[in-house]
Design a protein around this ligand. Structure first.
Ligand code: 5GP
Length: 194
């Protein structure tokens, strides 16, 4: 998505440790016009899927998922990071290693909100090692629901998450895929996509 790549080149900041900061437009201050374009693009990329819900993880995924959901006319469910493993026994849970915070979270979704028969589109801001998305997939599968696909705003192609998910046969669409980035020069190279 050219608009997104241009914005990442203009306002993204490459940090040491393979971290890209996009907090001036994507996940702290938010450019809603850009979110709308992102939502429209996800709708185009998942056109025929009979999607019933969008699932994401707090916090950065929520805004993107909500605007995207307007184009699918479906509800959004977000997985919650929690200190208490099981609120009332009525939750799906998984553990997710956070790439940016270097810690492990217990993550839950109420069993009321994902059901057998649901066809779920997973949305997140970044794909790095794939831990967050894999945890979400695990919870969808525990519910007996189907994963329609995974929509990612920025995939860091130099990390293995995208490759591993695609090797599992999961339909992953990323709006921008970074091939490499250099914290010293700030240079970001994107992978060519059709
Ligand atoms: P994964 O679980 O795929 O390793 O990492 C994905 C999660 O980590 C995303 O939910 C995102 O919030 C965070 N993340 C991973 N890499 C980056 C990055 O370079 N920049 C930012 N801002 N967040 C990242």
């Amino acid at each position: 998505m050219k608009l997104l790549e241009d914005r990442i080149r203009k306002d993204g900041v490459v940090k040491e440790g393979d971290v890209l900061k996009v907090d001036s437009f994507l996940n702290h201050q938010i450019d809603i016009g850009l979110y709308e374009e992102i939502g429209k693009e996800f709708r185009k990329l998942f056109p025929d899927e009979d999607i019933t819900k969008i699932l994401t993880i707090e916090a950065s995924g929520i805004g993107i998922a909500c605007i995207t959901a307007r184009y699918f006319n479906v509800p959004v469910v977000f997985a919650k990071k929690t200190a208490t493993v099981n609120i009332d026994g009525e939750v799906y849970s998984t553990r997710i290693d956070s790439f940016t915070h270097k810690r492990t979270y217990d993550v839950i979704v109420s069993k009321r909100f994902i059901n057998e028969g649901d066809n779920i589109l997973i949305i997140d801001d970044f794909l790095a090692n794939g831990c967050a998305v894999s945890g979400l997939i695990e919870m969808v599968q525990s519910a007996g629901a189907k994963v329609a696909g995974v929509g990612i705003v920025i995939e860091k192609g130099q990390q293995s998450g995208g490759r591993l998910l695609r090797e599992r046969g999961i339909h992953v669409e990323s709006l921008a895929i970074i091939e490499s980035m250099d914290a010293g020069t700030g240079e970001i190279i994107f992978r060519e996509q059709q």
